[in-house]
Design a protein around this ligand. Structure first.
Ligand SMILES: Cc1ncc(COP(=O)(O)O)c(C=O)c1O
Length: 382
């Protein structure tokens, strides 16, 4: 995101150029002109942004991480007994966490593998199932770690480009899945928010030669549960996280649901203790009391509707979403707007010039106060 033009308001784009009032369905996505070697791209920390722009950390709002605005005060009150026993390692099998996750999705604990977030599970899938002679595929744009994990193991990554929003390239993707050892599928998709229907997922599962990894990071927002499907589709691995609907991104816990053979392969490459004792404890508590998550998800979904209306009223094309983020079309100056917002401590997700989505910005749904602050800033710069 950083550029030497940050803060140079005199060079900011004009009102009419910032938000292009084009209905999203009419927006075509350009192909990837350049295909740079994928690597991790760390976002600046809140402290770094505050220091750079002379702001207080409390003035910064992260609209870029798709995390929850709800704090975790409930967790602070219950950790002290566990915090007294941190001299020991967590039990490497994480049996009680597997049980809690199994109870939550309604499946046997034998079908669960724990991980330090979905991110670790993605890397474990690549480690267990991909070699230099392997192939993996995903529809792009999607979560970038799939490609990074694939190429880290020397495997061939076959991107299936989505050229129109909300028109998932099902035929081309199913065909790519036929020859792929791993098929990465994000539902609803980050960053587009698109939720393909169950019949499309079934078709991909039937076509795929290898493992289909269904990244269900945002499933709580649409009430989706695919865990029971692993009994019918031995090639399905569903990935869940405590980071999004459960509002516990800081504890780094996720889990995979698959058939026992897949779980066994992942357990072979899983480090013995990547989930800290405190994290395991809080994840188990959260999974055992899903009402808290359900209430929070309901609140965020309502706020998403309000936020969407406020953005639309400001003349911005907002894509439909069943997640805790919205993708918005701004036109060629999207990156400039992101840089201007950053100077005010509003961190949004923008995309580099060579990315298919460089004319878009993605906003996490935060509190109504923070969302209003963002909309007001966008209006001011438009
Ligand atoms: C689609 C998707 N998968 C996985 C992750 C990472 O999840 P976790 O925090 O469980 O590692 C994210 C985070 O933004 C995501 O959007």
């Amino acid at each position: 995101m950083g550029s030497n033009r940050l803060g140079q308001r005199d060079r900011s784009p004009t009102a009419s150029s910032l938000s292009q009032r084009v209905p999203y369905a009419a927006i075509s996505l350009p192909g990837n002109a350049v295909t740079p070697k994928p690597t991790y791209r760390w976002q600046p920390t809140t402290a770094e942004v505050a220091e750079r722009f002379g702001l207080l950390e409390s003035q910064i709002v992260r609209f870029d991480h798709n995390t929850s605005p709800n704090d975790t005060a409930w967790a602070a009150g219950i950790v002290s007994p566990v915090a007294r026993g941190l001299n020991e390692y967590p039990g490497a099998s994480y049996l009680s966490l597997r049980r809690a996750a199994g109870n939550y999705v309604g499946i046997d604990e034998m079908n669960i593998v724990p991980g330090a977030g979905i991110d670790e599970l993605i890397l474990l899938v690549a480690k267990a199932f991909l070699r230099p002679e392997s192939q993996a595929t995903a529809v792009v744009p999607t979560y970038p770690l799939y490609e990074i994990a694939t190429t880290q193991h020397g495997a061939d990554f076959v991107p299936v480009e989505q050229t129109r929003l909300n028109m998932f390239p099902l035929d081309a993707f199913s065909e790519a899945a036929e020859t792929s050892d791993v098929t990465w599928l994000c539902v609803p998709n980050n960053p587009t928010g698109e939720r393909i229907d169950d019949e499309a997922i079934r078709r991909i599962l039937r076509s795929a030669k290898g493992l289909v990894v269904l990244d269900a990071a945002y499933a709580e927002y649409a009430g989706d549960r695919w865990a029971a499907w692993v009994n019918h589709y031995p090639n399905l691995l569903v990935l869940h996280t405590l980071s999004k609907g459960f509002a516990l991104a800081g504890i780094r816990v996720g889990f995979g649901v698959g058939n026992t053979a897949t779980i066994g392969e992942l357990d072979k490459v899983r480090p013995p203790g990547s989930i800290a004792t405190l994290s395991q404890f809080l994840a188990e508590k959260a999974l055992a009391e899903p009402q808290r998550m359900l209430r929070a998800v309901e609140g965020i979904s309502k706020e998403r509707a309000r936020f969407t209306t406020a953005l639309s009223d400001a003349g911005i094309a907002v894509l439909p979403s069943t997640t805790n983020f919205v993708l918005c079309h701004f036109g060629p100056h999207a990156g400039d707007l992101a840089n201007l917002l950053l100077t005010e401590g509003l961190i949004v997700r923008s995309y580099p010039q060579e990315h298919q989505l460089h004319t878009f910005l993605r906003f996490t749904v935060r509190s109504s106060v923070d969302n209003d602050r963002l909309v007001a800033a966008i209006r001011r710069h438009s």
